[in-house]
Design a binder for this molecule. Structure first.
Ligand SMILES: Cc1cc2nc3c(=O)[nH]c(=O)nc-3n(C[C@H](O)[C@H](O)[C@H](O)COP(=O)(O)OP(=O)(O)OC[C@H]3O[C@@H](n4cnc5c(N)ncnc54)[C@H](O)[C@@H]3O)c2cc1C
Ligand SMILES: NC(=O)c1ccc[n+]([C@@H]2O[C@H](COP(=O)([O-])OP(=O)(O)OC[C@H]3O[C@@H](n4cnc5c(N)ncnc54)[C@H](O)[C@@H]3O)[C@@H](O)[C@H]2O)c1
Length: 474
């Protein structure tokens, strides 16, 4: 083993979480070692957000062309899947320099390629190198779960780690799992011309507000995708060139044949190769156990990103990075607070959730809730663009605190921003209802939704009486 390299901070994993932490720490003047065994940029850049959003953009274009007749323009899309794949690659290549070895070395980070494992609470081993770190951050991410279904190992299947390398349009793509991966990729492949069946063991999009998730799923069905829920796959087998699934649904057994299979059945944290026991770091099947400061059971060792039990998103990785930096470098006891946690599923229409769903709010606050909804059809902008599908739904505590917003519709992810600030900064509904919103923008929907709460007061007989009384004044 080569002589120990001493460092202020050792970050294991160069994905969204690890890169954010390493970059900020290096800029702040800390001596940083970053260890990565595979791809710089991790999942988001290579097998996650970036390729999936590029794929969705291509599929939205095909859909727009297909529906151009609605705007008085006739056109027929001709999808060249190899070029769709090239577009995905070019999006990755355009962003890659930001996550590259060169950029991080320029920032002053010492990059080590290889598998990191703990040899003690402050010792990390990579091959024959030993790192002695004052502080360590575990940011090793998560891997796709492959369910133990008999026969699955006998067929070729994709996961998110391989599907974006595919440059052939499948005849029939079966997707195991109706979470955000299944639904985003399902809509994209359907719009690009594949037959698509999503097979979900329980209910699809379970974490989202079902009042809005259901119309989204119906939208996919209207576009020709099949979604089978409460469907238990009991066996998988090759069938000539195809793949055959045996499915049990409501006591019936059926067979489903497809040309390709994508497994999108959840994630498992990458904890196994790290020798966490050597450092005394506790973990379970959901991830590394951390406190509110993202500190593990061993002082000085933090964990961030997907490897931690909890929401798994790139923006959560950046948020974790801020918490770790403040705790590990500045000794400021910053704590995790997910009250305004947002997430967006980038289907068309998009589905955004900010803070609590109505169901979660009812569990916590009982019946002391007020809920307002505004349909996208109320927006003049939505009418001009022919994008009237969707709803903005706001959930407020009886005391006026905004608890959550659920948005289904065009640009839902952009509309979400206002509600994140509103929940975080405890803005009141009046400040949103009374803002001067430019006309005609999508953002007016937020103002309209906030104004919905004052409707009963405006329509109240006492208000009418007051207006009458005031009109008698000189
Ligand atoms: C298809 C798909 C679409 C997604 N879309 C979105 C989206 O639109 N928006 C969003 O917010 N999130 C999205 N996500 C989730 C997002 O990709 C993840 O939350 C995020 O990438 C996790 O980052 P991370 O840094 O925690 O882990 P990773 O990016 O997985 O990085 C961990 C790194 O650690 C390395 N590593 C692991 N073990 C070791 C070791 N022992 N030694 C050295 N290196 C090691 C790995 O090689 C990896 O590079 C999507 C995910 C998928 C799969
Ligand atoms: N737009 C986004 O932000 C975005 C997009 C994609 C993924 N992601 C992130 O990536 C993570 C992984 O996404 P995901 O969709 O794989 O996971 P998920 O855990 O959200 O959903 C997996 C789904 O698969 C189902 N499932 C599990 N085993 C099954 C089986 N044997 N047969 C049929 N269905 C089965 C589950 O019931 C669940 O509904 C998510 O946690 C999410 O945070 C985010």
């Amino acid at each position: 083993m080569s002589l120990g390299l001493k460092t202020d901070l050792c970050v294991i994993g160069a994905g969204a979480a690890g890169l954010s932490i390493a970059a900020v720490a290096a800029r702040l003047g800390a001596k940083v070692v970053l260890v990565e065994r595979a791809h710089m940029g991790g999942e988001c850049l290579n097998f996650g957000c970036v390729p999936s959003k590029a794929l969705l953009a291509a599929s939205k274009t095909a859909h727009t062309v297909r529906n151009a007749h609605l705007f008085g323009i006739d056109a027929v899309p001709a999808v060249d899947f190899k070029r769709v794949h090239a577009h995905i690659r070019s999006a990755i290549d355009a962003i890659a320099p930001h996550d590259s070895v060169e950029r991080f070395e320029k920032l002053g980070v010492t990059l080590i390629r290889g598998d990191a494992r703990f040899a003690g609470p402050r010792e990390i081993v990579i091959g024959d190198r030993l790192i002695r770190a004052h502080r360590t951050v575990i940011a090793t991410g998560s891997a796709p779960v492959v369910p133990p279904i008999p026969g699955l190992d006998q067929v070729h299947y994709f996961t998110n780690e391989t599907i974006f390398d595919n440059d052939v349009l499948p005849e029939h793509l079966i997707i195991l799992g109706g979470g955000p991966i299944g639904v985003e990729i399902g809509q994209a492949y359907r719009r690009l011309g594949a037959e698509v069946t999503i097979v979900e063991r329980e209910k699809a999009m379970p974490r989202d507000d079902q009042e809005l998730a259901r119309p989204l799923l119906q939208h996919l069905v209207d576009e020709g995708a099949a979604i089978r829920e409460q469907a238990n796959v009991t066996a998988v087998a090759p069938d000539g060139q195809d793949i055959r699934l045996t499915i049990e649904e409501a006591g019936h057994t059926t067979q489903l044949r497809g040309s390709h299979l994508l497994v999108a059945a959840g994630r498992s944290p990458r904890t196994t190769d790290l020798h966490l026991e050597a450092a005394g770091v506790r973990f379970d099947k959901n991830g590394i156990v951390v406190d509110k400061h993202l500190m593990t059971s061993t002082p000085g060792i933090y964990a961030a990103g997907d490897v931690v039990d909890g929401p798994r998103f790139t923006h959560v990785c950046s948020y974790h990075a801020g918490i770790v930096i403040r705790n590990a470098l500045f000794r400021i006891p910053a704590k995790i607070d997910y009250r305004s946690l947002p997430w967006v599923t980038y289907t068309d229409p998009e589905l955004a959730q900010i803070g609590m769903t109505e169901e979660a709010a009812r569990k916590e606050h009982g019946e002391k809730l007020r809920v307002a909804r505004i349909p996208f059809s109320a927006s003049d902008r939505a009418q001009t663009e022919g994008a009237t599908a969707g709803t903005v739904k706001i959930v407020v505590h009886g005391n006026g605190h905004i608890l959550g917003a659920s948005i289904l519709g065009a640009h839902a992810g952009e509309l979400a921003h206002l509600w994140i600030v509103a929940i975080e900064r405890k803005l009141n509904l009046r400040s949103i209802a009374q803002m001067m919103a430019p006309y005609p923008t999508w953002g007016e929907l937020n103002k309209m939704a906030a104004a919905e709460f004052s409707r009963p007061l405006l329509a109240h007989p006492m208000t009418h009486l007051l207006v009458k009384a005031l009109s008698w004044l000189p």
